[in-house]
Design a protein around this ligand. Structure first.
Ligand SMILES: [Zn+2]
Ligand SMILES: [Zn+2]
Length: 751
């Protein structure tokens, strides 16, 4: 008897080349049946026996396109139907679509081959894409993802493109971004006076490459926003970019033409290689082998890692093909503003920064920076989650049916939205103190409402009422008549890491180690060095770094020398007097004496040690002092010391720790060994705390865990003491995860 089976797949399975993949697989296995998209994902029906049906499902799961993510799959026998061939059939269109939006995908190998092949009709075409590559989120105007709902809608496909689009065997079957030189997107290369320099489409790329190699700075509109590009081997050219962009020392990312050039210059692990060449194509922090001879030191001053990436789009692939050298490629913006995405804005804001502009006609609706990733062994640490990763987030946690909007934090803001049964976490926006960042943040909140045609029933905000995210959350909740709840900052961090690892329902008690720069605590102090315990839907603060004075507001975060003063015992102040003039010293000493705010921030403790070692007294970008300390610590090759040998759990004696560090410096311990030992002591503190209180699982979150050496020491110690160590790995450990953490705490804690 003829038997019919049905496979249903959900997850990121639409718009990622899934149906042609299933079609070809079925043909290869000699199966007859149909495949179509349905409201939740992909539906396959076919004639065979049970063994072969199971084999088919297994093959689908094992060989699925890289950019797809199957979240659930099911196989069952259904009422018998006789198929004469295998076909891709029309979607059942009257159902409400419930598939997730996808992030942008970096250009795939096949498309790269085509644009380099003079015989191919897409030779040299800068907007070549297919079903598994190209922009998605950044060009979406409406949900679901169909050409009419994207900024590709003004471009009508030519006959050749239509025939690819309609052919189930073609790799551009139903490719919503399909276009070619005949019917596609056009570029313009203009000078700083906005006069056209080159019209010819193929010559534009060559001309741009020529300008860059001549030492010019060119603003290039990539599919996710403008990049400022210049040659990476010239100190002077990079310095010019630094001055014009008002970015004195923060490292720049470097774009390489191919993997071979990166391999030649950097130590590359297999994890790093996989990540660089993945559909995310992020900026990877890599350790140079020796001297990277064709890269100016001015690209990453005084740090021992360089942010490297490969071309994420056809445009960048073609450009780097011509250039064949490392090129600085940094977000097109002025210090602290969001990445620029429209031509008018670029001409206005980057006037005086870029010498030339490469524009094109594809509108960007959701601009995003490039994502930044590093690895410590097998541990992936996301430093910025943006292009290629955002906005979709797959969770098996029960987030419920309620439409919840979580507003996130302030410095590294994101929003999390659950409009249906999918969870979306926006890319990183940046510091909401910036007017322009705040505007983009607000716009995205409202765009999400339009995109998903629904508004939140509940709004979640941080406990800090003065965060711009909290202020906007309050406004929206009254406007939408939605309920509002606040979640403490560090509890949200803990919630995020618990949520990522699906640990809310574990019976075991879990130690939360939440260390970052600053967040308002429940006792009114500025928290940032916290230990929590989680068990049975309850989160408790169990210990913290001893409080020190929080003085001078935001200035404390940007001037590590102020943190140092606040962390020293009175008798040691003389040691740092030369870092201040007399007036400043008197002022800050008074503030320390009379302070009304106190803090347990580990971020400020890193600043303290960085200043004490003479690395950084005033920082020019967030995290600079801690990054310099990490770079120095990595230079040490002697055994680290324990600066808190008497500590065995409970609150951490902050000032005693700093006092011991000062003693070590005075007794001649090398600066690099002090830096290493400080980091090692922090790892020991965590392990001692866990051992003393019989925790087996440790969950770490907060910006401090961007420090690779701290993570490395923790990995070593956890192995030695048989502890189960968890970090954020799908989201960044910094404040970008707060919005998701707020969501998790709301659903899983008794708030
Ligand atoms: Zn492709
Ligand atoms: Zn075409």
């Amino acid at each position: 008897m003829l038997r019919t089976f049905e496979i249903v797949l959900t997850g990121q399975v639409q718009g990622v080349g899934f149906r042609p993949f299933v079609y070809n697989l079925a043909i290869g296995m000699g199966l007859k049946g149909t495949v179509c998209n349905n409201a939740d994902g992909v539906l396959i029906r076919f004639n065979t026996n049970i063994d072969k049906a199971e084999e088919f499902l297994e093959a689908i799961l094992n060989k699925a396109p890289e950019v797809s993510k199957v979240i659930t799959s099911s196989l069952k026998e259904v009422e018998s139907e006789d198929y004469s061939a295998f076909r891709i059939v029309k979607s059942i269109s009257d159902q409400k679509v419930n598939i997730p939006l996808t992030p942008d995908f970096a250009i795939c190998k096949d498309c790269q081959t085509e644009i380099r092949d003079p015989k191919n009709r897409r030779y040299g075409y800068a907007f070549t894409t297919c079903t598994i590559c190209g922009p998605r989120y950044s060009i979406t105007t409406q949900f679901p993802f169909e050409r009419a709902n994207t900024s590709m809608s003004p471009f009508e496909m030519c006959i050749d493109c239509v025939s690819e689009y309609e052919n189930p065997a073609d790799r551009r079957f139903h490719s919503q971004t399909n276009s070619c030189p005949t019917c596609g997107i056009e570029m313009r290369l203009n000078d700083s006076k906005n006069s056209e320099v080159e019209k010819n489409q193929t010559e534009i790329i060559q001309k741009t490459a020529q300008l860059i190699s001549e030492g010019k700075i060119v603003a290039i509109k990539n599919t996710n926003g403008y990049l400022l590009c210049c040659r990476g081997d010239s100190h002077e050219v990079v310095e010019t970019l630094r001055q014009r962009k008002r970015r004195p020392s923060k490292p720049f990312a470097v774009l390489y033409p191919d993997l071979d050039q990166i391999k030649a210059a950097y130590d590359l692990s297999s994890n790093e290689e996989r990540s660089l060449t993945s559909s995310v194509a992020p900026i990877m922090l890599l350790k140079p082998k020796n001297d990277v001879s064709n890269l100016s030191k001015n690209v990453a001053t005084s740090l021992n890692r360089v942010g490297c990436m490969l071309p994420s789009s056809a445009l960048l692939t073609l450009l780097m093909n011509e250039l064949q050298m490392p090129v600085v490629a940094t977000s097109g913006n002025i210090h602290g503003s969001p990445i620029i995405h429209s031509e008018l804005e670029a001409i206005d804001k980057l006037h005086g920064v870029a010498d030339y502009f490469l524009h094109h006609d594809l509108d960007i609706t959701f601009p995003q920076d490039d994502s930044v990733v590093r690895f410590v062994g097998d541990q992936k640490i996301i430093l910025r989650r943006s292009r290629g990763m955002a906005p979709n987030y797959f969770t098996t946690l029960d987030i419920g049916d309620e439409k919840v909007l979580a507003m996130g934090a302030h410095l590294k803001s994101t929003i999390a939205f659950v409009p249906n049964n999918h969870t979306y976490i926006s890319p990183y926006f940046g510091n909401l103190d910036s007017y322009e960042v705040l505007e983009r943040y607000k716009k995205t909140v409202l765009n999400y409402k339009e995109l998903f045609q629904t508004q939140a029933e509940t709004v979640l905000i941080d406990l800090h009422p003065q965060y711009q995210s909290s202020i906007l959350g309050n406004e929206l909740s009254s406007q939408w008549k939605a309920s509002i709840r606040s979640v403490q900052h560090h509890k949200a961090h803990f919630g995020a890491v618990l949520g990522e690892h699906n640990l809310f329902d574990t019976d075991e008690k879990i130690l939360g180690v939440i260390w970052d720069g600053a967040g308002l605590g429940e006792d009114g102090a500025i928290w940032g060095g916290e230990f929590f315990s989680y068990q049975n839907s309850t989160m408790k603060r169990v210990a913290h770094f001893d409080y020190v004075p929080w003085i001078a507001g935001d200035k404390m975060a940007s001037e590590p020398r102020i943190s140092l003063l606040a962390h020293l015992m009175e008798g040691n102040i003389a040691e740092v007097e030369e870092k201040f003039d007399e007036k400043e010293l008197n002022l800050y000493r008074k503030l320390v004496e009379k302070n009304s705010l106190s803090t347990s921030s580990v971020g400020r403790l890193f600043d303290t040690v960085s200043s004490l070692l003479g690395l950084c007294d005033k920082s020019t970008y967030e995290g600079e002092a801690a990054m310099m300390l990490e770079a120095l610590a990595e230079e040490s090759d002697v055994c680290p010391l324990d600066f808190l040998p008497a500590y065995s759990g409970g609150n951490i004696p902050t000032r005693e720790l700093v006092g011991n560090i000062l003693l070590a410096v005075q007794s001649g311990v090398s600066k690099s060994q002090v830096a290493t030992s400080f980091t090692y002591t922090l790892a020991l503190v965590i392990v001692k705390m866990a051992k003393e209180n019989t925790y087996k699982i440790i969950a770490c979150s907060g910006g401090v865990f961007q420090n690779g050496l701290l993570v490395k020491y923790l990995q070593q110690l956890a192995k030695e003491y048989h502890l189960d160590l968890r970090f954020n790995h799908l989201l960044s450990c910094n404040d970008e995860n707060i919005s998701f953490g707020q969501l998790c705490c709301y659903h899983h804690l008794k708030l």
